[in-house]
Design a protein around this ligand. Structure first.
Ligand SMILES: Cc1cc2nc3c(=O)[nH]c(=O)nc-3n(C[C@H](O)[C@H](O)[C@H](O)COP(=O)(O)O)c2cc1C
Length: 246
């Protein structure tokens, strides 16, 4: 405390405020029953809810509002090839002839976005069935959360440049690769093993390989947060249902 050197601050006006958030590969179902994938990173979690910031013209937004279902697949360090393959693509055909007055869709056309209807084939990622929702999970992602749409908020209603939506989804079921689980705990992720891919100002990063310091907050037992999340029984219920239907 008090020993940090404080450099001089200067006023600037950044065009983007992407300070560093995890890369999520959202899967949704297209109208023809195939699956779309979109990389995005305006995402944060509170309890078992996730807020997603997405363009209204994205195929993901269109699918999510229509079907109310998605899977939040988290990309990890090592998956940057797949993320870059999906970057500047869209499952929305409208990009091909987007007119100047179409906002973000025109931005995409002008910035070289390609229409790609088969994102799984294009990225080489592997679809696997979900338990509770129709969109496939992505096998390569170490964490996959099946989720359901609960709320929609139109952002920037006070501004001329609008067309962005905040979507609240509820996590129904979580799957993780066994190698990121915390030993000795049924329901914990080991942050020493989990290596999220982070997008900061459009660039891709990993986290430092170890904690920078012990955390005072982490003295709270994770189970204290359970009332804001899913009950442990939820997972068992699905397992029982699957056993009964097999
Ligand atoms: C790493 C990364 C992060 C991105 N983050 C977002 C985001 O948070 N919100 C958003 O609307 N688009 C984001 N994009 C752009 C979307 O991928 C883009 O809108 C895409 O066309 C959506 O695909 P879709 O139209 O098939 O849904 C991001 C792209 C990349 C590569």
């Amino acid at each position: 405390m008090g020993s940090i050197d404080i450099p001089l601050s200067q006023r600037i006006s950044p065009a983007i405020f992407y300070w560093g958030t995890p890369v999520v590969l959202i899967t949704t179902e297209n109208e023809d029953g195939t699956f779309n994938i979109a990389p995005m990173s305006s995402a944060w979690w509170l309890g078992n809810r996730c807020m997603l910031g997405l363009g209204a013209v994205s195929q993901t937004t269109i699918n999510l509002i229509r079907t109310k279902q998605c899977v939040l697949n988290l990309a990890s360090v090592g998956m940057e090839g797949a993320v870059n393959a999906l970057a500047r693509t869209t499952g929305a055909k409208g990009v091909l002839a987007a007119a100047e007055d179409t906002g973000y869709l025109y931005f995409k056309r002008m910035n070289g976005y390609k229409y790609v209807p088969d994102k799984f084939g294009h990225s080489g990622l592997t679809p696997i069935p979900s338990d509770l929702v129709r969109p496939a999970r992505i096998a390569e992602c170490p964490a996959q959360m099946e989720a359901e749409l609960k709320g929609v908020y139109e952002m920037m209603q006070d501004a001329e440049a609008n067309g962005f939506i905040a979507l609240e989804v509820k996590v129904l079921q979580t799957h993780v690769h066994q190698n990121i689980r915390m030993l000795g705990h049924a329901n914990r992720i080991d942050p020493d093993k989990w290596q999220p891919l982070i997008m900061s100002f459009q660039e891709l990063y990993g986290l430092a390989p170890k904690k920078v310091s012990p955390s005072i907050l982490a003295n709270i037992n994770e189970e204290e947060y359970r009332p804001f999340s899913n009950s442990v029984e939820d997972v068992k219920n699905v397992e029982n249902t699957q056993e009964q239907t097999q």
